[in-house]
Design a binder for this molecule. Sequence first.
Ligand code: TRP
Length: 361
Amino acid sequence: MTTALATDHHAADHAAAEARSVELDRRVRLDPGRFRMLTGDRPTGPLHLGHYFGTVHNRVRLQNLGVDLFVIVADYQVLTDRDVADRLTEHVEGLVLDYLAAGVAPDRATVFAHSAVPALNQLMLPFLSLVSTAELGRNPTVKDEIAHSRQSAVSGLMFTYPVHQAADILFCKANLVPVGRDQQPHVELTRTVARRFNERYAPAGQPVFPEPEMLLSAAPLLLGTDGGKMSKSRGNAIPLAADADETARLIKGARTDTERRISYDPVGRPEVSSLVLLAALCQDRDPHQVAAEAGDGGSAGLKRIVTEAVNEHLAPLRARRAEYARDRGLVRQILRTGNERANAVAEATLVDVRAAMRMDY
Ligand code: TRP
């Protein structure tokens, strides 16, 4: 296959995935109680506004609709692209605090770390037996991560982590996985593992695992303050935990252009448009409307609008963060409770799996 054909093929894939996601979102809103959703993050540092509007905001929305939410702190996955899991406890607790501040409700959602759930990890063994090394080697996200890895050699964990991620999703029989586009190959692999497990081991008509559906985030990408992709490693991010003054300072320093008339044109004026988009996301408005309002005010005027919008949107998050942060033991306790719940669910699934595999001696 030529590169051009491969690109076309991917574009068609993505368009189809987007169309499925719109339809899926409609079904979720009609009957949220039918869905269990699992998603999460690697604990590598504080979440920023890109994460928040990319996925976290959407998780909270779905939780509040009545979807059963599982949020995984993927601590083993930190080891896939670096040799040492630096400051892990701090990052794990910080991530849980970010979730709680964003509105993940500990009495409704299950927040847990996958290293704390042995039965989840045991699923990795039967799942590994269901995929070929050739399939693993073709995963485009893994290939990309290998190319940018901070490890001197490709570890076995790096090569197989999508199978581990299948265990993350299937241990709780989640049927909904809201993620960004880079995670699509992993969700597809998860569906393959579920299907193959059911075909090989489950009695006809009684599947052990659902084939989970991927819900692509609708929010377009936010740029960092230097005009590149917002990312904590580039030092261009606006952290979710930043206070109002720090947020104002970061927005003030964001790259723009010298044209006074503000417009929303993500291709022609990416930096200005990203700021317009940020205000629009905060106010749940159309970016064109925000741009029209900013009018001829130039970058300084736009930045004032954006700062106000962000700080207003984040005010309730900051209040919640202050509440939870008052007692660090509380965050740890919420994680422990989540781990316990996840363990109960994983053990029940492992019983089903061992029975299906005739390993229930
Ligand atoms: N791979 C995801 C990331 O890097 C994190 C993750 C781990 C995840 N397990 C998951 C996401 C299961 C969704 C479902 O962001």
